[in-house]
Design a protein. Sequence first.
Length: 510
Amino acid sequence: MPADNPKIALLGFSIECNKFAPPATKAHFAARTYLEGDAIISEARGPTPTMLPETPGFVAAMDAAGPWQPIGIALAMAEPNGPVEHAFFEELLATMTTGLKAALPLDGVYFCAHGAAITTAEDDPEGVMFQRIREIVGPDVPVVATFDLHANVSDRMVDLIDAFIGYRTNPHLDMRERGAEAAAALRELLAGAKTARVRLRLPIVPPTVTMLTAAGPYAEMIELGTRRQQELQPAILNVSVMGGFAYADTAKNGLSVIVTARGDKAPADALAREIAQYGWQQRGRFHARLTPLEAAVEKALAAGRDPSLPAACFADVADNPGGGARGNTMYLLRAFAEAGVRGALFGIIYDPDLAAEAHGHGLHYHFTADFNRNETTNFSEPWSAPARVAALRDGNCVGRRGIYAGQRLAVGPCAALAIGGIIVVVVSRRLQCADPIFFEMMGLDIRKARSVAVKSRGHFRGGFDEFFKPEQIVEVDLPGLTSPILSRFTWTRLPRPVIPLDDNVEFRLT
Ligand SMILES: [Zn+2]
């Protein structure tokens, strides 16, 4: 019998880890979102939560559907980074264990995952967490989890939960909706529904830029899943097509199709095969095509000279903080500055030392801006240029558009620096430039810019779409920790052979 007032535990562990980037520490989680107990619920119900919107969406939908008792356990969320320090992972796991045991008996569990975490000692931390949760709550208590579509999916991430719900949009604009979907699934499970899940993994590790959901092979796989799910109602509860995150470099990497069926497994199995087969037929399209730096500089120069040309948006996809990169490489800024590009906005560059120095100097001060003076990460090389302090702010803002819309954000003390014909926004906390607010809060007018360069792989598309049409966007080929040219990395754990790295890759549905 379902409880009239079900007691539901809320947990979360959300980070995307790039094995080639420096480790993520507890401080990185504390700087973004680290909550325990009731604070999770009150933050989720607040007007501008610091957490990504799945948990607020889940809580709101649960609230709307009837009585329930939310029990906040622990939620740790950080910007994409390197592998999580294993000691912190163990600490978080212990906190979750203690909290869950104290909350027993429970009627259900909601877990907000990203799905592409690794630690310095574990390649499947989400699987470890789900195993622990299952051990504590037992086999019959429903566990529902949401995932970023960049999740790398292990068997236990599918087998140990009752409903697997992944994002369907990239840029990720459906996070809140997926949280609400998780609540609906949990209500069904609480009422006695049972599920069966199937996962199929393809030998394809899609480069980031081939995983947009507006168009392309990945979009078509998701569209096929959504359509078939509707046609097959009520057999299918959810279809999730997970592109994965190459830079985690794990054995569980690979484009995966996860189908959750109500009751009978056969329809899930048939549908997963159909989508996987379609994806395999599209394998030749999972290759990155980028614009060389020289061509990007020419385009920016031309846009600056000729106001009749459309403005252009340049994405430094290889230095995307949203994929664990540092957000401070100088290749594009230096090339623009040395070529004399005019009318350009550039952001956001992570350099706390430079931001602090600009604050020390004050507005309109002229000085030599020394970028990356203390940075030692590969690709983050020093560069110096004459600069003027054009604006100073404290970096507190609320996201306006795209993935950060409505979230409280803090980029720390920040400065706009005029370097020749370019205005560069320098920040003290590493975040991807996915929201126009990062320019707007400095008093900069994006509509007047002839070129806008962003440290972001794709989420900027959801924030800057009101300024730039897809054909105005230029993905520039540069060195970096998140280069979509996967052959430039030394992989140790990826399953091989795999597309796009190898020839003669085979895939057979048994
Ligand atoms: Zn993602």
